[in-house]
Design a protein around this ligand. Structure first.
Ligand code: PGA
Length: 252
């Protein structure tokens, strides 16, 4: 009943020419794969070029971050209307690298999610515990806190349109991953919290992704879980063949 979603987060990689090449390769590789939604999130500088390259295909455009205000004196920032203008359909919010290196706060993520929805963008809200949280036995506490702040400003009738990506920080770019059952347990914690906030039907409609060192060799373990609806893929999304294999796995 939930449509699976595979999103590629290209992070701060690729200038336009290489980005367009990768986008075209992905389009060609997933053209015959029906089912999962596929979103590519190039760096902001390549959004327009990649948007043109994938226009009219089954692949959708997404951004990696945005500001919570639609416009204003925020040097260096990019707004939701600007992303919509470039053809974006989704935006990653609260990625752990934004939280860690750029001081993005829990409440910022909520304001951004509300603004994204108001402009027709699907927010892909990232939550996840760090290694220290985990060692302290506070993984769930961190996730609950991040999720509460992220959904607090969202109108309840829009809750179902949010996508949550569970990304344990210690698994990002490290080659380590949560186990499938552990990711599924966290997805259940997330859905219980969403249900408490906005009711069971909304919580059941929300897609929960896993992220953190997802590769063709381990994606099956996550997609096998009833509560996991896809993946947010970093490193492996820079390889069209590997990314397409992950998309193909989600189609089965
Ligand atoms: P990774 O990144 O797949 O390279 O671990 C995932 C992410 O940061 O979203």
């Amino acid at each position: 009943m939930r449509v699976s979603l595979i999103a590629g987060n290209w992070k701060m990689h690729l200038t336009r020419e290489a980005a367009v090449r990768l986008a075209r390769d992905v389009v060609a590789a997933v053209a015959d794969v029906a089912g999962p939604q596929v979103v590519l999130c190039p760096p902001a500088t390549a959004l327009e070029a990649v948007g043109r390259a994938i226009e009219g295909t089954r692949v959708l455009l997404g951004a990696q971050t945005m500001h919570w205000e639609p416009q204003g004196a925020y040097t260096g920032e990019i707004s939701a209307p600007m992303l919509v203008d470039l053809g974006c359909r989704a935006v990653i919010l609260g990625h752990s690298e934004r939280r860690l290196y750029f001081g993005e706060r829990d409440e910022d993520v909520g304001r951004k999610a509300r603004t994204a929805l108001a402009h027709g963008l699907t927010p892909i809200v990232c939550v996840g515990e760090g290694l220290q949280d985990r060692e302290r036995g506070d993984a769930d506490g961190v996730i609950v806190r991040q999720l509460a702040a992220a959904i607090h400003p969202i109108p309840l009738d829009r809750l179902q349109d949010v996508v949550i990506a569970y990304e344990p920080v210690w698994a990002i770019g490290t080659g380590l991953t949560a186990t499938g059952p552990e990711a599924d347990r966290v997805a259940a914690v997330i859905r219980a919290q969403l249900a408490a906030a906005g009711g069971v039907p909304a919580a059941e409609a929300v897609r929960v992704l896993y992220g953190g060192s997802v590769k063709p060799g381990n994606i099956g373990e996550f997609l096998d879980q009833p509560g996991i609806d896809g993946a947010l893929v970093g490193g492996a999304s820079l390889d069209a063949g590997a990314f397409a294999e992950i998309v193909r796995a989600a189609a089965r």
